[in-house]
Design a protein around this ligand. Structure first.
Ligand SMILES: CC(C)(COP(=O)(O)OP(=O)(O)OC[C@H]1O[C@@H](n2cnc3c(N)ncnc32)[C@H](O)[C@@H]1OP(=O)(O)O)[C@@H](O)C(=O)NCCC(=O)NCCS
Length: 194
C-alpha cells in the first residue's frame, strides 16, 4: 500500500491536530512492505550512523538475516529503502518495537509514523497485548500511545525469570539488566497497551 503525504496530512495528522504548516509540499510517496534478504545491506546502512551515536544497538549482519521476518521496510516510489522497523516478540502478550529508523532525508514525513502503525498492526495480528520500546524519541512514541514505564511491573516475577533465559540483548534491556545498562543510558523505557 502506498502512503502519500497528502493522505497523511488530511486523514491522519489532520485528525490529530498537527499544524498543516508543518506538512509542507506534497512531493513524496512511499510504501511499507515486509523485508527481504536483499534489504539487509540497506537496513545496516540506516542503522550504522545511529548505532555509532548509541541511539540504536549495533548488531552482527547475521542477526539481521536471522530476524528478517520481524522487519518492515519503508520504500520510496523510486525503490529506495528509506526506513525500517522490527517487531520482536518476547512473550505471549509482549513484544518490542526495535530498530526503527527513518532515512535522514525523509525525517518528519511520516515514515516513522506509518512504520509504527504497521508494527502495531503486526503485534495485534500475532496476539500481542503490550508493546515495549526503549528510545530517545519519547514524544514520537507518546504520540503513538506509548507511556513511560514507571517500573518493572510489566512482567510478573515468573515471566521475569523465564525472560532471564533469553540470549537476546533487547530482552536484557527490557529487563534492565546491569550488563546492558551502558547501552541504555539516557533511553526511556516505554510501553503501549494495544
Ligand atoms: C523515530 C524516527 C524513526 C521517526 O521517524 P520519522 O519518519 O521522522 O517520523 P515521523 O515523520 O512519522 O514523525 C516525526 C515528527 O514529524 C512530525 N510529522 C511527521 N509527519 C508529519 C506530517 N505529515 N505533517 C506534520 N508533521 C509531521 C511528527 O509530528 C513527528 O513529531 P514528534 O517527533 O514530535 O512526534 C526517526 O526520528 C529516527 O530514525 N530516529 C532515530 C532512531 C530511533 O531513535 N528509533 C527509535 C528507537 S527504536
Amino acid at each position: 500500500m502506498y502512503w502519500d503525504r497528502r493522505f497523511l496530512s488530511l486523514r491522519t495528522w489532520g485528525s490529530r491536530g498537527f499544524s498543516p504548516r508543518k506538512i509542507g509540499a506534497v512531493t513524496s510517496a512511499f510504501s511499507i512492505r515486509p523485508a527481504r534478504t536483499g534489504d539487509v545491506a540497506a537496513i545496516k546502512k540506516l542503522v550504522a550512523p545511529l548505532a555509532e551515536r548509541r541511539i540504536l544497538m549495533a548488531k552482527e549482519t547475521v542477526a539481521y538475516y536471522e530476524s528478517l521476518q520481524e522487519f518492515r521496510i519503508a520504500e520510496s516510489s523510486a525503490g529506495e529503502v528509506i526506513g525500517c522497523g522490527a517487531l520482536h516478540v518476547m512473550w505471549e502478550d509482549l513484544a518490542e518495537v526495535r530498530t526503527l529508523a527513518a532515512d535522514d532525508n525523509w525525517r518528519g514525513k511520516g515514515v516513522g509514523h506509518v512504520l509504527v502503525q504497521q508494527l502495531l498492526e503486526d503485534a495485534r495480528a500475532l496476539g500481542v497485548a503490550r508493546v515495549f520500546c526503549l528510545t530517545f524519541e519519547v514524544d514520537f512514541f507518546k504520540r503513538h500511545g506509548f507511556e513511560v514505564m514507571a517500573d518493572q511491573t510489566a512482567v510478573d516475577p515468573q515471566v521475569y525469570s523465564e525472560l532471564l533465559r533469553s540470549h537476546d540483548e533487547g530482552v536484557a534491556e527490557f529487563l534492565d539488566l546491569a550488563r546492558v545498562k551502558p547501552n541504555t543510558l539516557g533511553n526511556t523505557r516505554m510501553i503501549k497497551i494495544l
